[in-house]
Ligand binder design. Structure first.
Ligand SMILES: NC(=O)c1ccc[n+]([C@@H]2O[C@H](COP(=O)([O-])OP(=O)(O)OC[C@H]3O[C@@H](n4cnc5c(N)ncnc54)[C@H](O)[C@@H]3O)[C@@H](O)[C@H]2O)c1
Length: 442
């Protein structure tokens, strides 16, 4: 990776998943990066080398570029040194489903008048936000500020890799110096570039996430039909995915998508469409299918156990997906609450996300291993496909349990191996019984 020292210093406002990964990624490219966050504890920790999130490779990258990464709670530290200020603050959903832009607006309001700075929006924002910010800048006498939309597509769990080898870089701007400067910054990554207007760039991000969420809800509905008809969704997805118009990614049936992006971005796009007078019917279904999918586990448990009152149910994995400690909108939150509402006692384990999960999951017992979860359980539900669960000794697991039901919420385990260990297997969209081997022709 290029280590040139003539690269311009940049500012990054907000040092969460996107901000910190972007800052470390640009440091890897040779930029000095001035990171600003309002969370003084986080900044102090970062100064001392403590990484506030669990993200593969991030700690090493931050450590390697300690001299290029500067952390502060003081915006002028970045303003004095950098002309490009990347904004990576949170845009969580509000009760109405609209994106909460208060953090973005706080950043806009904090900017001084300037003819040499640009805000570069990495946060996911509704289409039209750039236009609104332009107007606010004008009203606030900061008309000299430039604005660029540069949505971020990194995935938690592989964020560093995604930043350094993106599928594409999208830059939406008004054609002034700032757009060129952002393109220049990303040039060493040699990614396909989509240079467009601000609104289209904003829409690329929302539409991409909504499409991926639609793909997941689609395969989940296919899985549900497979359960009714005896087909195996894993085989079906394999057959579908080989069609290069469809592709194999995001065709894994499971117990619903979560995380900090898909649920909120789908809701935000649906809301944005509604606010502009268009009823985005498809997205209503995508959201509803996802909510129902999380709850279908209950019926699978009840089918085997009857009433769940007093039953001991274990959850393996809590994070919304493996290789992250992010618990935002995780399916485990809904499941744990539903199980307890149905009278079950819940025990849980996650190799990485326990600290975050403890803040959100009430009433469940935290165990320190998968075997700890299995010990005396009537049923175990695999919620997050952490690699370590692939290595589980299923016979030992079965022996530790009181009951014999394993619900594989991610179709992660080999059903035959599970059954050979003496457990009943329930996947998502998979036949309940072992299928006869198909006759193979030579
Ligand atoms: N997490 C992802 O995988 C991902 C991927 C692509 C895009 N995004 C988008 O990027 C944005 C950031 O997401 P995230 O997951 O990194 O959020 P996050 O919650 O992890 O981090 C946001 C950070 O911004 C800080 N902050 C809030 N207000 C601030 C202010 N006024 N000044 C300075 N700092 C402030 C917070 O203290 C926090 O550290 C969101 O819009 C999200 O939708 C996220």
């Amino acid at each position: 990776m290029s280590q040139s020292t003539d690269r311009e210093p940049i500012g990054v406002i907000g040092t969460g998943y996107v901000g910190l990964v972007s800052a470390a990624g640009f440091a890897e490219l040779g930029n000095d990066v001035w990171c600003v966050d309002i969370d003084a504890e986080k900044i102090e920790g970062l100064r001392q080398g403590r990484i506030p999130i669990w993200e593969p490779g991030l700690g090493e990258l931050v450590e390697r570029h300690r001299d290029r990464l500067h952390f502060s709670t003081h915006l002028p530290d970045a303003l004095e040194r950098a002309r490009l200020l990347f904004v990576a603050v949170g845009t969580p959903p509000t009760y109405s489903g609209d994106a909460d832009l208060s953090a973005v607006h706080a950043v806009v309001d904090a900017m001084p008048p300037s003819d040499r700075h640009a805000l570069v929006m990495k946060s996911t924002v509704p289409v039209g936000t750039g236009e609104t910010i332009r107007r606010l800048f004008d009203e606030q006498g900061k008309g000299g500020f430039s604005y660029v939309s540069c949505p971020e597509f990194l995935k938690e769990g592989s964020a560093v890799k995604d930043f350094l080898a993106p599928d594409r870089v999208v830059v939406g701007d008004a054609g002034d110096w700032a757009g060129d400067a952002v393109v220049e910054l990303y040039a060493p990554l040699q990614a396909p570039l989509v240079r467009t207007d601000v609104k289209s760039a904003e829409m690329v991000k929302l539409a991409s996430n909504a499409f991926l969420a639609t793909k997941i809800s689609f395969i989940n509905e296919i899985a549900n039909v497979c359960e009714e008809t005896g087909a195996d969704v894993v085989e079906v997805a394999k057959g579908m995915g080989l069609d290069d118009r469809i592709g194999p990614k995001f065709l894994q049936a499971g117990i619903g998508f979560g995380g900090s992006c898909f649920p909120k971005d789908v809701a935000a796009l649906k809301q944005l469409a509604g606010n502009s007078g268009y009823h985005f019917q498809l997205l209503n279904s995508v959201i509803e299918v996802n909510e129902l999918q999380k709850r279908r586990v209950m019926a699978k448990l009840q089918k085997h156990l009857g009433s769940l009152v007093g039953k001991e149910i274990g959850l393996l994995g809590l994070a919304f997906k493996p290789n992250t400690d992010d618990m935002r909108e995780a399916s485990s939150l809904v499941l744990s609450a539903r199980l307890q509402a149905a009278g079950a006692r819940v025990r849980v384990y996650d190799p990485v996300a326990e600290e975050q999960a403890r803040k959100l999951i009430r009433g469940a017992q935290f165990r320190d291993s998968a075997m700890g979860v299995a010990d005396g359980a009537d049923a175990v539900v695999l919620v997050t496909e952490w690699p370590e669960f692939a290595e589980l000794d299923l016979r030992e697991l079965a022996a530790a349990m009181r009951g014999d039901l394993l619900v594989d919420g991610r179709n992660f385990l080999d059903p035959d191996r599970v059954r050979e260990a003496g457990l009943a297997y329930e996947g998502v969209g998979r036949p309940a019984q072992r299928q006869p081997e198909p006759a193979r022709t030579a």
